[in-house]
Design a protein. Structure first.
Ligand SMILES: Nc1ccn([C@@H]2O[C@H](COP(=O)(O)OP(=O)(O)OP(=O)(O)O)[C@@H](O)[C@H]2O)c(=O)n1
Ligand SMILES: C[C@](O)(CO)[C@H](O)COP(=O)(O)O
Length: 243
């Protein structure tokens, strides 16, 4: 049986957490590396469990660590843990297959975005509840962006006003995400990409700086400082990052 959080919630969250974390450098799988003394996955799941709409959480863990992740998360929140796949898309598909009947909104959320505030989780879910088939949190691109060739010669300057940096959680009507994964081909880097290929419109909502993806060592250092500075996930952390 799948563990439940809020029985009145209408949201299932899939947490791909099976990545190695190659860009973070040598060590344990990234979701199990420590941030302020606790694994990234614990930080991420704690924030998901604090979102009132969340009914079910399914974590896709590194294959060798499924039992360890179950033990790790047992005191944090009721979650289901399944073995992840060879790439992110396969891990999401494995978690999706384990969602019980009930929740009609499904969010996909990287364990690596460990400081994502509950308010962002709720705002993505609310946008799906309000009628969108697919919703992604985004931030504006702040750097000038150049297109280059294979020898790093600049081909041109891209109009950044039409660009967005995409975060998770990404939210979907359940049937839309299921159809997108059923029809998936080569792995893409996010779930909205699969949905776009089905011709389904994807809506943007404002993201949060705190939903940064901990990818490289600098990101981990930044996350440590953010936690130390204000405890993160305050009510204002979404509003502070609006366009
Ligand atoms: N086979 C995989 C690969 C990635 N992920 C998850 O997808 C999320 C986003 O991926 P990323 O941050 O790029 O993680 P890694 O793939 O671990 O990073 P790297 O490319 O540096 O190894 C992470 O929570 C990661 O654990 C996963 O569940 N299964
Ligand atoms: C899903 C994602 O976090 C949105 O920004 C991102 O696409 C994951 O990509 P990665 O290459 O696996 O880090």
């Amino acid at each position: 049986m799948t563990a439940q959080l809020n029985p009145r919630g209408d949201v299932a969250v899939l947490v791909p957490a099976a990545g190695a974390g190659v860009r973070l450098g040598p060590g344990r799988p990234k979701a199990l590396r420590l941030l302020a003394g606790e694994p990234l996955l614990v930080h991420a799941v704690r924030r998901l469990a604090a979102a009132p709409s969340v009914h079910t959480i399914v974590v896709a863990a590194p294959v060798a660590d499924v039992e360890a992740v179950r033990d790790l998360l047992a005191p944090v929140a009721p979650v289901s843990v399944v073995p992840g796949g060879a790439h992110r898309q396969a891990s999401v598909a494995a978690a999706l297959a384990a969602v019980p009947a009930g929740p009609e909104i499904v969010l996909v959320h990287d364990a690596a975005r460990a400081l994502t505030p509950a308010e962002l989780i709720e705002s993505v879910a609310a946008a799906v509840r309000a009628g969108a088939d697919a919703v992604i949190p985004v931030l504006p691109v702040v750097d000038t962006v150049k297109e280059v060739d294979s020898e790093e010669r600049v081909l041109g300057t891209v109009d950044r006003s039409a660009l967005r940096a995409v975060q998770t959680p990404q939210g979907f009507r359940r049937a839309v995400l299921a159809a997108a994964h059923a029809g998936a081909g080569d792995p893409l880097t996010d779930d909205a990409g699969l949905v776009e290929k089905q011709g389904v419109p994807v809506r943007c909502v404002p993201g949060s700086e705190y939903a940064l993806k901990i990818t490289r060592p600098f990101d981990l250092t930044l996350a440590e400082h953010l936690l130390a500075a204000d405890g993160v996930a305050s009510d204002s952390s979404v509003a502070r990052t609006l366009f």
